[in-house]
Structures are given as C-alpha cells and as structure tokens.
Design a protein around this ligand. Structure first.
Ligand code: KIV
Length: 279
C-alpha cells in the first residue's frame, strides 16, 4: 500500500509559507496516533531520555532505544513525516560510523530521515549521509548533547561572534544537503537572519516566531512533566493534574470497594448455569 504520509521533499519545500510547519516529539505508538492528524512532522527525539526515562540529560540514550521508539512511533502514524534522532555516540566518530548508525535507524524503523546535532563541524558527515540517500535534519544553536561540555543549557547568539558562528553553521549544513534545520535556544534576530539567508526550512524551539516551523517536546506542551518549564515552553494543557486526580479517584474507589462495580465484573450467563446443565 502506498504511504500517504508527508514526505521529506514536502517538508524541504515548506519555506517562507504563511502557515509554519507544525512539529512535535513522539516516542510511543499511542501518543503518535493522537498527535498525527495535527502535525506535519513527528520527531522521535533523544529528549526521550529525560521525558520518558527520567535521565538527567540525553547523553545516556543509545541507538537501540531510538530504534525501538522509532518503530513504535511508525506504528502510530498515517500522516506525519517521521524523523528519528541520532543519539550521542552514534555518529560523531566518523562519517562511516554515522552512516552505519543512520542505515540501521532507517532500515529498522522505516522512518523518513534522521536528525543529528552540530553545525560546520558535522557538515562532512551530513554530506556523506545525504549523498548516500539518508535525509538529514540538522540541529544548530543550543545543542543538548553538548550540555556537559557547555556546563548547562545556555541560550546562543547573544554575542556577535557566537551569532556569526551559528549563521555559518546554518550555511554549512545547508551546503552539505540537510533538508531542514532545527534551531534551538537562539536569540530572535539570529534565527530571523538564518531563516532569511538559507533556502531550507528552519524549525525553532526557543528560537522565536521568525522560523519556518515550530517544535516542542510533547510532554512539555501538554504539561506532563513537573518542575518549572523553560521560558520557551507554553503548556497547552496540564495533563499531570488530570493524571493526578484520576489516580487519586481510582485509589479512593479501590479502597472503598466502589471499584470494580457490577459494570466491570464478569458473570456467568444464566443459560449456561453449570449445575442445571449437569442434572
Ligand atoms: O530531542 C528532541 O526532542 C529534540 C527537540 C528538542 C528538537 O531534539
């Protein structure tokens, strides 16, 4: 059966449009199924390390986790383009290493492409992958896989030299063949300059409305995680409160024997009463 899902070339062509690209993360089949009708692109992000597994950062996420969750998301989608993150340690060593990892992700999940972090320093790798039929979404600005090296999550582009470096990164990954780029945690005028200068769509997360699209971690967007959300997050729902009150109501119903009630209890049909049949 032919897939009707949004393709990488369709995402790549979504530039300077009136309506920005709508992107979210997904890690599981049920969540992908709920989000799918509303989005253009689902990212199986390595943010699953924190959002699903309670890790401190993304550095502990490995290729097997990304492949398993990529497979789950692919089972839930009918519409969206699906991109899977390359985790820390799966692509930095050499372009050939990156190709082996990316091939596994593409073959074993059936996704549409991969995303990797880095600008000019990753351009050779991006070129190696894109010239071998691996669609690559780049990721520049704040790079979560560099959190230990950077000493925290720091907004990028406030200083002129750093702003210039991010712009050069954007040009380098475009020249290397990336079909789109995530710009994370970057000041508005830098994101706006990049969006104007390069010909591929920019997808912002904490990078202002100037981008060609927006992405958020779904668990942030639905208000599932506790703690104060980052400045760039808007909680469109408060799902942790819904779950909390559902769990409290369930616990109360079990403790008072109000659950399960007759409605949730199996009974034997009268017609097949065992004693009567035997006599
Ligand atoms: O891992 C992730 O979810 C991401 C988004 C924050 C863009 O890379």
């Amino acid at each position: 059966m032919d897939s009707k899902r949004i393709t990488v070339p369709q995402i790549a062509a979504h530039k300077n449009r009136e309506k920005p690209l709508v992107c979210l993360t997904a890690y599981t089949a049920p969540m992908a199924k709920i989000l799918d009708p509303h989005v253009d692109l689902l990212l199986v992000g390595d943010s699953l390390g924190m959002a699903l597994y309670g890790m401190e950062n993304t550095l502990g996420v490995d290729l097997e986790m990304m492949i398993r969750h990529g497979q789950a998301v692919m089972r839930g989608v009918k519409n969206a383009c699906v991109i899977v993150d390359m985790p820390f340690g799966s692509y930095e060593e050499s372009p050939a290493h990156a190709l082996r990892s990316a091939m596994r992700v593409m073959k074993e999940t059936g996704c549409d492409g991969v995303k990797l972090e880095g600008g000019a320093e990753m351009a050779e790798t991006i070129k190696y992958l894109t010239s071998r039929n691996i669609p690559v979404m780049a990721h520049i600005g704040l790079l979560p896989q560099s959190v230990v090296k950077d000493g925290g999550y720091k907004v990028k582009g406030r200083q002129a030299d750093e702003a210039q470096r991010i712009i050069e990164d954007a040009k380098a990954i475009e020249a290397a063949g990336a079909f789109a780029v995530v710009i994370e945690g970057t000041v508005e005028d830098v994101a706006a300059d990049i969006t104007r200068i390069i010909g591929i769509p920019t997808i912002g997360i904490g990078a202002s409305p100037a981008c060609d699209g927006q992405i958020l971690v779904t668990e942030d967007m639905i208000g599932l995680l506790d703690g104060k959300p980052a400045k760039f997050v808007r909680e469109f729902a408060r799902v942790r409160e819904v779950i909390d009150s559902a769990a409290a109501a369930y616990a109360e119903a079990v403790r008072t024997r109000a659950f399960p009630s007759a409605e949730q209890t199996y009974t034997r049909p009268k017609a097949v009463d065992a004693n009567k049949k035997a006599s």
